[in-house]
Write a protein that binds this ligand. Structure first.
Ligand code: ZN
Length: 78
């Protein structure tokens, strides 16, 4: 699969970033979740599966963290 977008991850910042194809600024998923639009240069990013995954990933992570803190059998450890 050919990647359309360049992704970056930084250990000092939570989550992944995407490089704007036009101005190369780092964009976070929250920059793109409502408009697929670069806040720096107004470049409109084409919404594809890759971009979709990037935007929903942090939301999925929140859900995974939520469920990993909740015991599946509903019993408390205390
Ligand atoms: Zn841009």
């Amino acid at each position: 699969m050919v990647r359309k977008y360049k992704f970056a991850s930084h250990e000092d910042v939570l989550g992944r970033f995407i490089h704007c194809p036009k101005c190369n600024e780092l964009l976070s998923p929250s920059d793109l979740d409502s408009f697929n639009c670069c806040p720096y240069c107004n470049f409109v990013l084409e919404r594809n599966n890759e971009l979709e995954d990037f935007v929903v990933e942090p939301i999925v992570q929140v859900w995974l963290n939520h469920f990993s803190n909740t015991r599946p059998d509903g019993r408390s450890s205390r």
